[in-house]
Ligand binder design. Structure first.
Ligand SMILES: Nc1ncnc2c1ncn2[C@@H]1O[C@H](COP(=O)(O)OP(=O)(O)OP(=O)(O)O)[C@@H](O)[C@H]1O
Ligand SMILES: [Mg+2]
Length: 236
């Protein structure tokens, strides 16, 4: 598999992620549920962090906060230089579009769009010009081995192909940080290995900070940091 011709910009600099006493409590009716509770985390640029922990330990909650998809209840959080504590909604939208790329277990591709359209969408929403976006999407999809599937719809792809399309979509705006929540959860072992190797490649060759929440041990060999969660806290 060939890498994209242009190496994405380096994102070296101060810490990629700095969390202090990061807490998210969900309120459901009169019940309060702890998502995460007082997590401290410092991640330098270019690390590959593997988040582990039992179901319900807080991995997805932490990733959602890092991705700006959710708001923290208490603590402090800075991601790629963006203070996510009290930023405005518009700033958060811009952060989600340009600073982080998110990959989900269920791929979350839009079913009525083609692969190419799915990949281009975040860049078009960010206001980028179509010719450059189209060319970058083509380059990414070639790199991911999907150069001949541009005009196919997600339902015409295998799970591994859908996830690789979702990876291309996550990368279209050159995010400094790639966040993946159980990216191999719906894949067979061969495709799971391929997706983990791609994420590791992004980290090593293209300098991205990558955070992967996973129950699988496939990422272990690539990890530069392992964070184990237990009941919303960092396990002792
Ligand atoms: N939207 C929500 N509303 C209420 N409680 C929630 C919500 N999302 C998560 N939780 C709760 O927060 C805790 C942490 O959940 P989370 O989804 O972060 O765990 P996880 O480690 O990702 O689990 P899994 O491995 O099953 O994906 C759980 O007790 C869960 O029930
Ligand atoms: Mg989860």
């Amino acid at each position: 598999m060939n890498a994209p011709a242009s190496k994405p910009p380096s994102h070296a600099g101060p810490l990629s992620i700095l969390a202090r006493r990061l807490t998210r409590i969900y309120t459901v009716g009169s019940v309060q549920v702890t998502g995460i509770d007082g997590i401290d985390l410092a991640v330098a640029p270019g690390q590959l962090v593997v988040l582990k922990g039992d179901s319900g330990s807080g991995k997805s909650t932490l990733l959602s906060l890092l991705a700006g998809l959710d708001r923290l209840s208490a603590g402090r959080l800075t991601v790629a230089g963006h203070d996510l504590n009290d930023c405005e909604e518009a700033e958060l939208t811009d952060f989600r579009r340009n600073t982080v790329g998110m990959i989900f277990q269920a791929f979350n591709l839009l079913p009525t769009l083609t692969v190419l359209e799915n990949v281009c969408l975040p860049a078009l929403l960010a206001g980028r010009a179509y010719p450059a976006v189209r060319s970058k999407a083509g380059e990414l999809l070639d790199w991911l081995g999907l150069g001949d599937r541009l005009n196919h719809q997600p339902r015409q792809l295998s799970g591994g192909e859908m996830q690789r399309s979702a990876i291309a979509r996550a990368l279209i705006n050159d995010p400094a940080i790639v966040l993946a929540d159980e990216p191999t959860g719906n894949l067979d072992s061969r495709n799971a290995r391929k997706v983990m190797a791609l994420l590791a490649d992004l980290n090593r060759r293209f300098d991205r900070t990558v955070v992967i929440a996973t129950h699988s041990d496939l990422a272990d060999g690539y990890a530069t940091m392992v964070l184990r969660l237990q009941d919303g806290r960092v396990a002792p």
